[in-house]
Design a protein around this ligand. Structure first.
Ligand code: ZN
Length: 416
């Protein structure tokens, strides 16, 4: 089977590249562990620099293990017959139909979730805890997991049922209808997220009156930005890492600060960070990202529409289709397993676009707020989050959504 060999080649290449990139990053960070880079020497202590190196390397080491394990699991599901066994077993119990297909996808998600669990656990209670970032209790971890499952069931099952119905009954253009449904579903999620979904996991309270609020309101006025409010989120419940983000669409836009961010930064620095986030909005990055994601899902569904009617797609990956009956669940399961292997090779394109947007948002923040305040905020955040200041250039080119610290600071210094 030609497709089997294409799949094996792509899988080996992607796993090999992931490993190689992570090893490069580990070596590069370890090599620069002994001293703080000159441009940061006055602001970052050697102890903090070494903590960042150790933290970065610990996360990468776990990633190496996860990469190899993921490849075994994928081979197990496909070529070694895991998915075929699951599908046939459910067919024997339930017979063909929508219910069998839904159960197939639910079982696959459940098994994948259980296999991921040790890694998620190790990240939170191993690495994050060892470096003093974890604020989560095991009780909260399980509560989050259960809420996540309930939410996925409440939103995902009706969507899945609708998509499988379309695949079974709407002819060869089912994928186009599915794309429309998917796009509307995502718009609904964006709309529900700030007021319905996010409050299930965190508490939000309005930013208190005071110098910070006054300053931020003046910034919003300067940027001509209308929002439904400024909120502070109890991010400290789970992690010591600080952040700020935008959420919602249209008039329902909200600005959310993690309480951990406000604790660590001076009001002027918080303003600069927010100005950067506003830059993403004002430079149309958020709209562009949304349009790109809709275009991508269109292409992915068109590909799925085509390959789901090709016998080689199934036989090549170790499953037996029923091309004249209900086959949608099997096609979706296989596609979700295999598409990331091929998608991996496009990672640098997304990273490149994202880094370009980051520079543009920094430029905007320099114009509307202050470049030097943003620099001091970023250095504090690098330090507090133990982000490495010395990443490997090839690793960065491939993966990084943000420019490496030295380049980002140098870019901002031109406006300071
Ligand atoms: Zn940004």
């Amino acid at each position: 089977m030609t497709f089997t060999w294409i799949f094996i080649a792509a899988l080996l290449l992607s796993v090999g590249m992931r490993h190689w990139l992570a090893m490069r990053q580990i070596r590069h960070v370890a090599l620069h562990r002994a001293s703080v880079p000159n441009e940061f020497a006055s602001r970052v202590s050697l102890a903090d620099h070494q903590k960042a190196a150790d933290y970065t390397i610990a996360k990468l080491r776990l990633g190496l293990l996860e990469n190899a394990f993921g490849a075994f699991v994928l081979i197990g599901f496909t070529l070694l017959g895991g998915l075929e066994w699951l599908n046939q077993t459910l067919l024997n119990v339930l017979g063909p139909g929508i219910a069998q297909q839904i159960l197939l996808l639910v079982s696959l998600a459940f098994i994948s979730g259980i296999l991921d669990l040790p890694f998620t656990w190790k990240k939170q209670f191993g690495i994050e805890a060892a470096f003093g970032f974890n604020r989560m209790t095991p009780r909260l971890f399980w509560l989050d997991t259960l809420k996540g499952i309930a939410l996925a069931a409440a939103l995902g099952l009706p969507l899945l049922w609708l998509v499988l119905e379309l695949m079974a009954t709407s002819g060869s253009y089912w994928w186009l209808w599915t794309w429309i449904v998917w796009t509307l579903f995502n718009a609904l999620l964006l709309w529900l997220f700030p007021t319905v979904i996010a409050p299930l996991f965190n508490k939000f309270k309005a930013l208190e009156d005071g110098p910070l609020k006054t300053q931020i309101e003046q910034l919003l006025k300067r940027c001509d930005f209308a929002s439904q409010g400024l909120f502070v989120m109890d991010g400290s419940k789970r992690s010591a890492h600080g952040n700020a983000y935008f959420t919602g669409i249209g008039k329902a836009k909200r600005i959310v600060f993690f309480d951990t961010l406000i604790e660590k930064l001076e009001p002027l620095e918080v303003e600069a960070v927010l100005a950067h986030e506003l830059g993403h909005f004002k430079r149309q990055h958020i709209r562009k990202r949304l349009l790109v994601s809709f275009a991508l899902s269109f292409v992915m569904l068109a590909i799925l529409g085509w390959i789901s009617s090709q016998p080689w797609f199934y036989f090549g990956l170790g499953v037996t289709p029923d091309l004249n009956g209900y086959n949608g669940g099997l096609a979706l399961a296989l596609f979700m397993l295999v598409a990331p292997v091929f998608g991996f090779f496009f990672t640098p394109l997304g990273s490149l676009a994202s880094r370009k947007h980051e520079y543009e948002a920094d430029h905007f923040a320099a114009q509307k707020s202050s470049a030097s305040a943003l620099i001091s905020a970023l250095v504090k955040l690098y330090q507090d989050n133990a982000s490495t200041l010395t990443p490997d250039p090839i690793y960065t080119t491939f993966y990084s959504s943000h420019p490496p610290a030295p380049l980002r600071i140098a870019h901002l210094q031109r406006f300071a």
